[in-house]
Ligand binder design. Structure first.
Ligand SMILES: Cc1cc2nc3c(=O)[nH]c(=O)nc-3n(C[C@H](O)[C@H](O)[C@H](O)COP(=O)(O)OP(=O)(O)OC[C@H]3O[C@@H](n4cnc5c(N)ncnc54)[C@H](O)[C@@H]3O)c2cc1C
Length: 414
């Protein structure tokens, strides 16, 4: 039952994967939590490559057992230079076994992930769901006042802005955002194919962006095909047969005959970076806090780390009798997220720019970098570990947890 009259410790605005995870984690951590999110069917066919501790976070929250059957393990990642440039990079292959893991993570369709999160959210007594949207959000001295679109009023000491790219929470906090349109779009669709994928994710680097074939259960893959927006629109408009042919050609037939499945979506790409992650009793998680092109599968993995961190920080603050929306608590969140988010945004922006650049020295530098990564074991292993999570976080996992990636089950915190 929704109770709008009480003051919640935390109100989470937005029921995408980052918001649902944050709401479950906060309620599980003991905060009286309101979740303000419309119950609507998930609208696109995106999948998420969940890397490193993301699966452990979901497992610990009781979400992963409900959706793991819909996921495929990712054991090898191949990067293939598919440009016809003068200077081409050698193929680089990352294998999870090389860093002692059974897999880097799992690829799952967002629909199954959201369904599992939604189901888990209904079971937690400290979590109150409002099937509605925030209409206005007003930070005040001791609380934040929220008026829903249907006219309910509620208040909370801390608001989690998980309301995506056009974040009302971010606006209410007065946080400015830097936005750059990339002139590229990602076309997403799923395929069935004749040959097994062997749990190998293959990324073809073209002069317009990467085209990635990511394993799903069975002889199926999800495809994220990034190209200049005009080309992406052309691909989007192809018939199923012609898109199947184009995908098979782009994959160099490594998966044999390809048949696209119904449903495709186009995502114009941008980079969006807010100036702060928290202000005026409002903390941002997920895409309200960072938008990246889908390179290296970092977006939601960072969103899950946002959710895990804010839950951890709020739980510790409340155990010390602190107000969860107090400036010092928000400052802890800001400092926990800053380096992780900014370093990944920079790395992905550089990787994308170096792929698109027509400047020969940049192409040479990129090829040399990939050559070194391919040739030098310790460097390759460092890149693999950094791709899963920042090094300072991995140090804390070693102390705190048994990753699912290593053991198949987990017993502890993120
Ligand atoms: C093509 C593509 C492929 C990707 N692949 C990967 C990948 O492999 N791995 C990975 O980690 N990431 C990936 N990402 C990124 C990932 O999809 C996003 O990071 C993630 O979906 C963002 O989730 P979110 O919950 O922050 O935002 P959203 O999913 O946008 O959710 C925001 C929610 O807030 C709701 N909302 C908005 N305003 C209000 C309001 N006023 N009141 C209440 N609710 C509101 C919206 O309706 C929505 O439900 C990919 C992205 C793209 C485009």
């Amino acid at each position: 039952m929704s109770d709008a009259s009480q003051v919640y410790d935390v109100a989470v605005i937005g029921g995408g994967p980052a918001g649902l995870t944050a709401a479950i984690a906060l309620a599980e951590a003991g905060a009286r939590t309101a979740l303000l999110a419309r119950r609507v069917p998930y609208a696109d066919n995106r999948t998420t490559a969940l890397l490193g501790a993301s699966v452990d976070v979901l497992d610990r929250l009781g979400v992963w057992p409900r959706c793991r059957d819909a996921a495929a393990a990712l054991r090898t990642m191949r990067l293939v230079d598919d440009t016809d440039r003068l200077i081409r990079a050698p193929e680089v292959r990352f294998s999870s076994g090389e860093i002692g893991l059974d897999q880097f993570g799992y690829n799952i369709d967002n629909r199954s992930l959201i369904a599992a999160l939604e189901q888990r959210a209904t079971e937690i007594s400290g979590l109150t769901r409002f099937d509605d949207e925030a209409g206005t959000i007003g930070p005040e001295d001791a609380t934040v006042a929220i008026r829903t679109r249907q006219g309910d009023l509620l208040s909370a000491r801390l608001v989690i802005g998980a309301d995506g790219r056009q974040s009302l929470c971010r606006e209410a906090a007065g946080i400015a955002v830097k936005r750059r349109e990339l002139g590229q779009s990602a076309l997403t669709f799923n395929i069935a194919h004749a040959r097994p994928h062997q749990n190998i994710s293959t990324e073809f680097h073209t002069t317009q962006g990467p085209c990635v074939f990511v394993p799903l259960p069975g002889n199926r893959c999800s495809v994220v095909w990034v190209s200049a927006t005009g080309e992406a629109e052309r691909l989007m408009a192809l018939s199923d047969d012609h898109l199947s042919e184009a995908a098979e050609k782009q994959s160099h037939s490594i998966l044999g005959r390809v048949q696209v499945e119904p449903g495709r979506h186009l995502f114009p790409l941008s980079i969006e970076q807010p100036r702060q992650f928290a202000k005026h009793r409002i903390a941002l998680v997920g895409e309200s806090a960072h938008v990246l092109p889908p390179i290296g599968a970092q977006g939601l993995n960072m969103g899950l780390r946002d959710a895990a961190d804010i839950a951890d920080i709020v739980a510790k603050a409340m155990s010390l009798g602190e107000d969860p929306g107090a400036p010092q608590v928000l400052a802890r969140y800001q400092s926990a997220r800053r380096a992780d988010v900014l370093s990944r945004m920079l790395a992905i922006d550089l990787a994308n720019r170096s792929l698109l650049s027509d400047f020969l020295p940049v192409q040479a530098l990129r090829a040399a970098g990939l050559h070194l990564i391919g040739a030098i074991g310790p460097l390759r292993r460092l890149v693999m570990r950094e791709g899963l999570a920042p090094s300072w976080r991995r140090a804390s996992w070693i102390l705190k947890e048994t990753p699912v990636a290593r053991s198949g089950s987990t017993t502890s915190r993120w």
